[in-house]
Design a protein around this ligand. Sequence first.
Ligand code: MCA
Ligand code: AMP
Length: 513
Amino acid sequence: MSALFPALAAAPAGPPGPAASAGQVPSADPVASAGPVASAGGGRAALWCGADALTYDELAAAAGALVPRLRDAGRVAVWATPTARTAVAVVAALLAGVPAVPVNPRTGARELAHIVGDSAPGLVLAGAEDDLPPGLADLDRIDVDVRARGPLAVEPESAESAALIVYTSGTTGPPKGVVLSRRAIAASLDALEEAWAWTADDVLVHALPLFHVHGLILGVLGPLRRGGSVRHLGTFSVRGVAEALGEGGGTMLFGVPTMYHRLADALDEDPALVRALRGARLLVSGSAALPVRDHERIAAATGRQVVERYGMTETLMLTSVRVGAGPRPGSVGPPLRGMELRLVEEDGTEIGKDDGETVGEIQVRGPNLFTEYLNRPDATAAAFDGDWFRTGDMAVRDPDGSVRIVGRKATDLIKSGGYKIGAGEIENALLDHPAVREAAVTGEPDPDLGERIVAWVVPADTERPPAAEELAGHVAALLASHKRPRVVRFLPALPRNDMGKVLKKALPGSDRG
Ligand code: MCA
Ligand code: AMP
């Protein structure tokens, strides 16, 4: 059946439900078929989230009930709550051969209008109790029932067809829809299998949002492709991680650095957490740099090394420290199988030496790359130098081929809590508030979030500036809650050059360009 999920193919028709039977359409696609067929029996646990636990049989049947209803939808939006429903909805869309657009349930009105307008979904998949906002509420809707049972007959797959469209921020303008093919997803997940010795016996634990690559593709599709299990915690908590890795039997943990920082903070007082992390086979951090201090605190308390991997929405995973490679704080490891990576100077010339010192922009090519930005041929063309994708990340390469990321080309991109956020979109949202005359947004180092969003605001009425919480709520309502400024600083005027461009470097205490 599905080449993306061989373990679902191995699941026999489950006993529960009225009409479960596994229809079988072999894939003609060698790339998406790559990787061993997991020998998971259908009664094995596939995913567990809150009160919902599904075996492979049950997942196949729940998706099977949806697949026939999705076939003519064009694209489907998925209201991507951190629930088993989201996993069932996305798996069903993939099996139906219909691109899925995962939507952050905390997306504000303006961002949602953009995503819906840009991706033009034919219907929305949500939970029966979800209250959808305008824009999505107007679409045809299917309520996902994880207990539904239907025969699973899947569409033949084409490796290059769009599987997911994931929205990601740039320096300016609204987020862009990154079109990800089945080929890219399969290649990236199979390269991680090799790097991490990831098997059907692994039980992955995480609490990542399900509308981004990290939580959805790595965190849900990854275990399902391996025939293993995923336990999603719903929301992140130190206690939840300790329980799921401890008595819950989890073998792997995925998280962003903010989560590892919070775990590291708790270790001194929490022997159960120490035991849980010590017992895990693999702790993986990604989406932003994990500070060396947090690496060291976790290693000292638990004896475990956190493994860092590096990727982007557009490229999926690019590099990773290999399992068992020993301590590598500050390194994201060598390129994954199939990926080529080079460092280039400002003028585009390739840096020939891996001396661990010469800094260049990372450019990459290989099977993990995205297809295009939806409806944005201009942005797609600008993102490439020939067939090399420009990541915008600055790095050095050690003589052993390992990469160390040292910064980012664009100072107007902020990574906060592992989320990529463009300064421009927040500035535009702030300028729409009647009490704001001018606005500039920067990222400042933050021990918990990596960077925190700072808004520099010239109030319309300098005598009566708006409350910081009012401006944060305004941005959250228009864009998304994680894009709200954590700090608001009021100024009589923004520093500008002769052309009128804001000089972010000249903002008090800011090192931004
Ligand atoms: C507080 N809240 C507000 C406001 N104040 N909401 C609106 N307006 C306000 N003024 C609410 C929030 O909605 C939230 O509600 C709660 O307060 C706390 O919010 P926040 O501070 O954002 O949460 P946090 O505890 O700081 O979150 C930390 C986190 C989170 C759990 C680490 O940042 C996170 O999940 N990050 C993961 C990002 C990620 O997956 N990135 C992957 C993309 P409530 O508590 O109810 O929610 S990168 C990627 O995919 C690439 C490929 C890669 O390499 O991985
Ligand atoms: P996104 O567009 O949200 O997928 O974020 C991708 C960006 O996250 C990359 O371009 C990097 O800047 C950053 N990133 C991801 N993983 C790491 C890592 N392990 N270390 C440093 N930065 C990372």
